[in-house]
Design a protein around this ligand. Structure first.
Ligand code: HEM
Length: 219
């Protein structure tokens, strides 16, 4: 599916109008994607509703948390963020920051076969929870900061393998536009206070502490 719709993604993301764009458009308009297509025939109305709800939460909650994480960075480390963007580019910095503070903190898997990972053995049938935050930390523990060397291809911010996030490119495009706009505001013009009194963060949807941001009135 990814390859078939790629020309549309290229068009939406980079305004690239390639030759196969019309074929891709025809494909997404085909009966395969209509309401009563074969793909959903096994699902009850309730299952469809659940799947759609999950899709909406997977897409919106994570992106909102990522935006909040980036707002916190803007509020507390504006100069460093600005310099890093100038040095490495917007997209590299966004992914580097999300590696260090992942919006979705936990991935769950049902193991279909037994396997040994170093000192750990998982048995067929086990349910395994992977802490994305810790896994990324270990991956990058020998490096001072991911944005220093830009080896950013392997990380679990958007998962990996069969269930890798299908909304990854959309989310990253949205975040680029978001940060680009955010950086046009100077945090020195705002009073920024943390309004949350909890010090911990959830394991799954890792909302950062809420900040109250109020524009300073200049006399
Ligand atoms: C910064 C934003 C986002 C982050 C950090 C994120 C992160 C992730 C991660 C880590 C997974 C893998 C979960 C697993 O392996 O169990 C995942 C899966 C998924 N994401 Fe995202 N995501 C984001 C945005 C989006 C958007 C915008 C959409 C939809 C438009 C989306 C839809 C999904 C769906 C449907 C899955 C399940 C895929 C499957 O199980 O096969 N995500 N996401």
């Amino acid at each position: 599916l990814g390859e078939k719709i790629k020309p549309i993604v290229n068009y939406l993301e980079y305004s690239l109008r390639t030759e196969d764009l019309s074929i891709a458009k025809e494909y997404v308009r085909s009966s395969l994607f209509s309401e009563n297509n074969e793909l959903f025939k096994e699902l009850t109305a309730k299952d469809r509703e659940d799947e759609l709800s999950l899709f909406l939460v997977a897409g919106s909650e994570t992106t909102v948390i990522a935006m909040k994480i980036l707002i916190c960075l803007w509020a507390t480390q504006y100069q460093k963020l600005k310099e890093n963007i100038q040095l490495h580019g917007l997209s590299e910095v966004i992914i580097a920051e999300l590696i260090q503070d992942s919006p979705l903190g936990s991935i769950t898997r049902y193991c279909t076969e037994s396997k040994v990972f170093g000192e750990h053995k998982v048995n067929k049938g086990d349910i395994v929870n992977i802490d994305v935050f810790i896994a990324n930390k270990q991956l990058y523990s020998n490096q001072q900061c991911p944005s220093d060397n830009l080896k950013l291809s392997s990380n679990l911010v958007f998962g990996a393998g069969k269930h890798v996030c299908p909304g990854k490119n959309l989310a990253l495009s949205e975040l680029e536009v978001f940060v680009e706009t955010l950086m046009t505001f100077d945090p020195a013009d705002y009073d920024i206070t943390i309004v949350d009194d909890r010090s911990d963060r959830a394991i799954t949807f890792r909302h950062p502490l809420a900040h109250k941001i109020k524009r300073r009135i200049r006399s």
